[in-house]
Design a protein around this ligand. Structure first.
Ligand SMILES: [Fe+2]
Length: 331
């Protein structure tokens, strides 16, 4: 418990590590008639640093399509492109610049056949297969249809961080949408990092964390396949803060579904710090929310974001198909 009063709290003994979720003492106007406290993990109102581009990179216009921002730092609708046609090199380059700037790109009403959706994603690399999820014909097209396979994605996460090389990005298309609800949200992990208190950044600088598929997937995996998957996907370590391989930006890289422990930290401190770090994806200023129509595509940078599939459509039908692009080892 941290008690905040008009007088500053005494400094903690040097042997005690600063609390992970250190709370800055509120400077209240005198006279303060009673002490008050803020829970250690409480979040605080105040200005947010909302930088879309890496420091020193100037904003540049887009020449080959329209870009309609959906939030401050994350999410832009791309207009004027038909993704069923092959991309020219110039469009691919400009789309990549938009992806790095906005982190999630949305394209309305594309209605791509699975092979065309795959071909679009292939502009960014090899496709990944995910043996933990149901596929829709081709093994590299994952199908989300709760009437067929009971899975949920209504938890903040980055896809497949339990892999040594988590996916670079993903291209998701909604085949069928419920009458209402079923939105997807994304959160900007560069903004999440930028806004961490300095003492928390110092604590996690250079730290590594363990990621495992079990927390996110054990419940949804057939018992007879669980042993096989555990052998295929042993726990892996990634930096808690990764560098974006293209922009060089630092990004928070732990998530509720797969991050189990910060290496070398006592369990209690790891749990406490992870709780605080997981909460960063919940901050609305870092988020964008997309209201799907059938045939919409979302293409996200899985290195720089987390996402959350809102589970508010009960037994209504919602069918999505996703391809994922193989990624690099985080550093
Ligand atoms: Fe996901």
């Amino acid at each position: 418990m941290t008690t905040h009063a008009a007088a500053p709290a005494p400094a903690a003994p040097a042997t005690t590590p600063a609390p992970a979720a250190a709370v800055t003492t509120t400077t209240a106007a005198a006279p303060l008639l009673r002490p008050f406290r803020i829970p250690d993990d409480g979040l605080h109102e105040g200005p947010r640093v909302l930088r879309r581009l890496p420091e020193g990179v100037a904003e540049r216009p887009y020449e080959l399509f329209g870009v309609v921002p959906q939030a401050a730092t994350i999410g832009a609708e791309i207009r004027g492109l038909d993704l069923s046609r092959p991309l020219t090199g110039a469009v691919r380059e400009e789309l990549n610049r938009a992806l790095l700037e906005w982190k999630v790109l949305f394209f309305r009403g594309q209605h791509l056949a699975p092979d065309v959706q795959r071909a679009f994603a292939r502009n960014w690399g090899e496709l990944e297969t995910n043996p933990l999820l149901a596929s829709a014909g081709p093994a590299d097209v994952v199908r989300f249809d709760r009437s067929a396979v009971r899975t949920f994605e209504n938890v903040w996460h980055t896809d497949v961080t339990f892999r040594e090389r988590p996916a670079m990005g993903a291209v998701l298309q909604l085949r069928e949408v419920p009458p209402r609800g079923g939105d997807t949200m994304w959160a900007d992990m560069a903004a999440a990092y930028d806004n961490l208190p300095a003492e928390v950044r110092e604590r996690i600088d250079g730290a590594r964390a363990v990621h495992d598929f079990l927390p996110g997937f054990a419940r949804f995996t057939a018992p007879e396949r669980l042993a096989e998957h555990q052998e295929a996907f042993p726990p892996v370590e990634h930096p808690v803060v990764r560098r974006h391989p293209e922009t060089g930006r630092r990004m928070l890289f732990v998530n509720t579904s797969f991050t189990t422990h910060i290496s070398g930290f006592a369990q209690e401190e790891s749990d406490r710090l992870l709780r605080l770090l997981f909460q960063q994806a919940h901050v609305p200023e870092y988020q964008v929310r997309w209201r799907w129509q059938a045939g919409d595509i979302a293409f996200w940078d899985n290195r720089a974001t987390q996402h959350y599939a809102v589970g508010d459509y009960g037994s209504e039908r919602r069918v999505a198909e996703r391809v994922a692009i193989a990624g690099d080892r985080p550093f």
